[in-house]
Write a protein of this length. Structure first.
Ligand code: NAD
Length: 489
């Protein structure tokens, strides 16, 4: 897509009417808008309507009205609409990818990958929609019979982050709809346009009015507070940072609203003495640098056994120095920008405080000299201290801190010495790697693989990385409640 086509594509989304209710866009009730910024140039892409409590309530009215009718449709009908959404999304991956790279700053190849990954949630849950089985049993005491079914939870409030603006939305919308729920969605303020494009796809796929509604806003807390105070909302599904997750759990508590929380990570990437070093480098390039390191599953801390450390480090430095950093829309770019100025500053501060504590930069990719955007250089850093801020905090960018280890107990203490527990990675001979992986406190472990995300696998974390799972069969159960009938026999 050239830039004129992309500008037209955005104009056709009618961003000044981005409050999407009953399958049509309208301006915010207050008339307020907020700018969406291109992080590669810091220029404003467009103004998007900024919802307030009035829009949040109007979206809920529509969802509450539509939900019973949607739940009454047959599972096959719901599945076929989702299947059509997959087809339509696959037919527009290039447009969606350009849009994501523009508003989010990530490399076009990453966006293209995300567009198909995001679409796949529609296909996967179109198939799950018709496989929601229950149970029938004779209780131990005999006499009666037990019938167990799953029913839709009701109206769901969905709140998504900017780092995967399409996939984090479809990973929630698809199972919610498959299970017979209606939803209200608030996308991240950095990336509302991708969500708006998905609304149009869902309408075209045949999703009835009111089943999916969207409220972009610069007043995030006002929207979530309105939704969580309303008795019609029965579930909040959130993906984002742990601090915001905690505050939403607090808002959900008074009315005991169901919660699904996909929160922050701090993934360890362990390369053992028996690892195939070249394979581990390939895996790390994906685990660390996919999406410019802005993934909750991103390798955040790299632990290298002393026997392979030198070879691994030397090869990694060569690869990182050769990375091409640039505007996300440039097809040559491998690493785009970070999302905004705050993220760029935060990473620079994290790096300088680690350097103050004895860390050393080993390699760095060059930054583009002709662009004024929010760029952070992919950097390999040797970190001598286990308590370095680079190992303790979620970096969410292209900094790659490495730390040597020799003793396995000491390694495990470091790996598990965090309140996060989303993903981790282990490279080494399979027997050793599996034994280590079993002792790592994380919801997902890549064993000799640098990628764990898969719509057909249960995605989620332990400890403060979250509650619940998305994707797979488990992902639909999040949007259902069990109902049991005791039958006189
Ligand atoms: P964030 O928590 O700042 O924002 C996420 C969403 O919450 C956005 O829609 C935002 O507008 C909204 N929000 C922000 N403040 C709010 C408030 N006070 N009340 C209500 N809503 C509010 O997170 P982010 O910066 O967009 O995303 C990065 C974080 O998300 C990282 O910690 C990352 O690990 C995490 N993440 C987790 C997963 C996962 O599946 N576990 C996936 C992607 C990202």
């Amino acid at each position: 897509m050239d830039s004129a086509e992309l500008t037209q594509y955005v104009a056709d989304l009618e961003p000044a009417k981005a409050i999407w209710i009953n399958n049509s866009g309208r301006p915010a009730a207050s008339g307020e808008t907020f700018p969406v910024i291109d992080p590669a140039t810091t220029n404003t892409i467009t103004e998007v309507s900024s919802g307030t409590a009035a829009d949040a309530s109007a979206a809920l009215d529509a969802a509450a009205k539509a939900q019973p009718g949607w739940a009454a449709r047959s599972p096959r009908e719901r599945g076929e609409i989702l299947r059509r959404a997959w087809e339509l999304m696959m037919a527009s991956t290039k447009e969606l990818a350009s849009l994501m790279s523009w508003e989010n700053g990530k490399a076009y190849t990453d966006s293209l990958g995300e567009a198909s990954y995001a679409a796949e949630f529609f296909r996967w849950f179109s198939e799950e929609a018709v496989r929601s089985d229950g149970d029938f049993a004779i209780p131990p005491a005999g006499g009666s019979r037990t019938l167990v079914t799953a029913r839709p939870v009701g109206v769901c409030a969905l709140i998504t982050p900017w780092n995967f603006p399409a996939a984090m939305a479809t990973r929630k919308i698809a199972p919610a709809l498959a299970a017979g729920n209606a939803v209200v969605l608030k996308p991240a303020s950095e990336t509302p346009l991708t969500a708006l494009a998905i609304m149009r796809i869902l309408k075209e796929a045949g999703v009835p009015e009111g089943v999916v509604n969207l409220v972009p806003s610069r007043h995030s807390a006002e929207i979530s507070e309105t939704w969580l105070a309303d008795p019609r909302v029965r579930l909040v599904s959130f993906t984002g940072s742990t601090p915001v997750g905690r505050s939403l759990l607090g808002l959900a508590a008074p009315r005991v609203v169901n919660t699904a929380m996909e929160l922050g990570g701090n993934a360890a990437f362990v390369v053992g003495a028996t690892a195939d070093v070249d394979a581990a480098i390939e895996g790390l390039m994906v685990a660390k640098f996919r999406n410019g390191g802005q993934a909750c599953t991103a390798a955040n801390r790299i632990y290298l056994h002393k026997d392979i450390k030198e070879e691994f480090t030397q090869k990694l430095c060569q690869r990182v120095t050769a990375l091409k950093v640039g505007a996300g829309l440039d097809p040559e770019t491998e690493i785009g920008t970070v999302v905004n100025e705050k993220a760029m500053r935060g990473m620079n501060e994290l790096l300088s405080s680690a350097l103050d504590q004895g860390a050393k930069v080993l390699a760095q990719a060059p930054l583009p000299s002709d662009l004024a955007g929010y760029f952070v250089a992919p950097t390999v850093i040797e970190v001598p201290r286990a308590d370095s801020p680079l190992l303790q905090n979620e970096i969410f960018g292209p900094l790659a801190p490495i730390k040597e280890y020799s003793d396995e107990d000491e390694l495990l203490k470091m790996v598990n010495g965090t309140e996060m527990g989303l993903a981790s990675y282990v490279y080494g001979d399979l027997n050793w790697a599996l034994h280590l992986a079993e002792r790592i406190e994380a919801g997902m472990i890549g064993v000799n693989r640098g990628l764990v995300s898969d719509p057909a696998a249960p995605f989620g974390g332990v400890k403060q990385s979250g509650i619940g799972r998305e994707g797979a069969r488990e992902g639909m159960r999040e949007f259902q409640e069990v109902q049991y009938f005791s039958l006189d026999w």
